[in-house]
Design a protein around this ligand. Structure first.
Ligand code: F6R
Length: 606
């Protein structure tokens, strides 16, 4: 959600912090700030609004100093104002924080009684005061004392003019890593912030703390005992986190899909045997055969791909499968045991609800498999095994390429489970061959983007949209509606097409665009009846279909064609025009596609 970056070394920190924050702005963007030790004292600068506002102010009045921390915020406690922006300082301590301090009200009351005065409405400010109050010669000891009083989640970075040459950082429930340079060290919530300086990183785990000076770093636990940590190397290239000539990250990521879909299956799909090789599952054949149910848990777009996975696994592997909103799963008493395979779907690998759901399933004895994009993320480190999506960094807040890669990863997992059970080689081969054709087919759809742009022009001022689909394409309808509402702020609902008659049909009038996701699959004829129902009420029908079809003559106002594939893989194709439709409508409404209001890329609070 929010982004953290910090630097200690021999160079001026201001530009390193601002450049780092630019790479993190997609995580939160309602305000930003930095704190730098200048040699004489600590200076804090903050500004409401996008990072450019802060950057402008710093250009006019720079701060010099080679120890600093920075933050870009997505508000949780208190409005996005300058006062509520991080860093929060108390006297000689400055703190940036991601996460939520749950007992902040009690701590604030206690600190006020001790004479501390507060200038913001945030939960974070108590941390600065607690550290200040606990300081007794060593910043790391004060941070430990403060954190021992705190309940909740945090990724923090702290500097102090009392112990000026170091950054102390700590993590519980909010990602944080240390970047290693030559006589310079970095801290960041996301590797993108420091990738231009180093590829060597140390991931902190919950309960760990980093102490960084320009001469080195150490990792401690909250009892100040040293911990030995491995160094990881990041393979992403800088190009992957740049727009590469596209107007927006979202458009770039939509257009990357022929490649990202291929990357997800590369080296894993054994087409001639209709099988998949998944090296990271960490499950024996016996274990794979022992499960009597699968639970898939996720949020948002990842939840939509999970719905498709449920159909795959039930239909082809014949294992009972449930899809659970991660946020709901953890607060009920689900039937999960050692015969359960819990599949956890997450682009970021950091979504707080999804992570908590995975921990819950683990505790109940389930084996957990993470379908995660971000290598080294918390879910990827805590699961029993997994399938990395290999879709490359997804920066646009609206998820696109992660969705198609998730569907592919779920298809690979299904092939594995199904071929070990009852699926024939022939059937497996048919699916695998169709999967191999997808990159080229997606490319073909992308080449028709200008047609979709025309439809966007026609409907850019609509105030409501309905998305309808059946079978494998019902989750695609949900995803199309989510994409539109996230970035264009047009109200949109996704529904199973036939369910429309049970309520939403009341909304249809001559102004209402209704998007049907209706490729020629087993339920096509059924969807045609639903199209007729909408047309009879004057709705404007936009239809995503897959071949010329006389029955549609006179029924649809706009047609978008995708190539033909096997029924189960249509979602990978039909979602592409919907991503583009949402994108073009948002652009035509003059909106910030990559940073839509109120949203954050990775939701690391509950
Ligand atoms: C929608 C979107 C969100 C995420 C959701 C889960 O475009 O991006 O709905 O899908 O917050 O995030 P991950 O997949 O990172 O767990």
């Amino acid at each position: 959600m929010c982004g953290i970056v910090g630097y200690v070394g021999h160079r001026d920190s201001q530009s390193i912090l601002i450049e780092g924050l630019k790479k993190l702005e997609y995580r939160g963007y309602d305000s930003a700030g930095i704190a730098v030790y200048t040699g004489k004292g600590m200076e804090v600068r903050k500004a409401k609004g996008r990072l450019a506002v802060l950057e402008g102010q710093l250009k006019e009045k720079p701060i010099a100093g080679s120890v600093g921390i920075g933050h870009t915020r997505w508000a949780t406690h208190g409005k996005p104002t300058e006062n509520n922006a991080h860093p929060h300082a108390s006297g000689k301590v400055a703190v940036v924080h991601n996460g939520i301090i749950e007992n902040y009200a009690a701590l604030r009351k206690m600190l006020k009684m001790q004479g501390h005065t507060f200038t913001s409405e945030t939960d974070t400010e108590v941390l600065a005061h607690l550290i200040e109050a606990a300081y007794d010669g060593k910043l790391e000891d004060a941070v430990i004392d403060a954190l021992n009083l705190v309940e909740g989640t945090y990724g923090i970075a702290v500097i102090s003019s009392k112990d000026p040459d170091k950054i102390v950082c700590a993590r519980k429930g909010s990602p944080l890593l240390i970047g290693l340079g030559e006589n310079e060290y970095y801290v960041a919530s996301d590797v993108a912030a420091i990738l231009q300086h180093t590829r060597q990183v140390v991931y902190l785990d919950d309960g760990e703390m980093g102490v960084l000076t320009k001469n080195g770093y150490e990792v401690l636990d909250l009892n100040a005992r040293r911990i030995k940590k491995g160094v990881s190397r990041i393979d992403w290239s800088l190009d992957e986190i740049e727009k590469g000539g596209y107007d927006h990250f979202m458009l770039k990521e939509i257009f990357e899909q022929p490649n990202t879909i291929f990357e997800t299956m590369r080296g894993r799909l054994v087409a001639e045997e209709g099988f998949s090789k998944l090296g990271g599952l960490n499950l024996s054949k016996e274990e794979l055969l022992s499960f009597d149910q699968v639970v898939i848990t996720a949020c948002g777009t990842s939840w939509h791909s999970a719905l498709i996975g449920e159909m795959y696994i039930e239909e082809l592997a014949r294992i009972r499968t449930e899809v659970e909103y991660a946020s709901e799963f953890r607060y009920r008493n689900p039937i999960v045991n050692d015969k359960t395979l819990c599949v956890v779907v997450s682009q970021s690998g950091e979504t707080a609800d999804t992570l908590a759901a995975m921990r819950e399933a683990k505790q109940r004895g389930a084996k957990t498999l993470g379908l995660v994009n971000v290598v080294g993320s918390t879910i990827a480190r805590e699961d029993h095994g997994g399938i990395y999506l290999h879709a490359g960094p997804e920066i646009g807040v609206a998820s696109t390429k992660a969705f198609t890669s998730q569907v592919i990863a779920l298809a690979l997992l299904t092939l594995k489970l199904a071929r070990l059970r009852t699926m024939s080689v022939l059937k497996g081969r048919e699916v695998a061959e169709a999967m191999l054709a997808l990159p080229q087919q997606v490319q073909q759809i992308l080449e028709g983007a200008s047609e979709i742009e025309k439809i966007a022009e026609r409907f850019k001022n609509a105030s409501n949209f309905l998305y309808l689909g059946r079978g494998y394409n019902f989750p695609v309808a949900l995803e199309g509606a989510l994409k539109l509402k996230e970035i264009s702020y047009i109200h949109a609902e996704g529904y199973p097409a036939a369910e429309m008659k049970h309520g939403p049909i009341a909304l249809i009038d001559e102004e209402m665009p209704v998007v049907f996701v209706a490729p020629h699959d087993a339920v096509f004829e059924k969807v045609v009846s639903n199209i007729q129902e909408v047309k009879a009420r004057g709705g404007k029908v936009i239809c995503i279909t897959s071949q010329e079809e006389p029955v549609l003559d006179g029924l649809i106002d706009f047609e978008l064609r995708v190539p033909q594939t096997v029924d189960m893989l249509y979602p990978v194709l039909t979602v592409i025009p919907l991503q583009l439709l949402a994108y073009y409508i948002a652009v035509k409404r003059g909106l910030n596609v990559d940073q839509p209001r109120n949203l954050a890329k990775s939701v690391t609070v509950e």
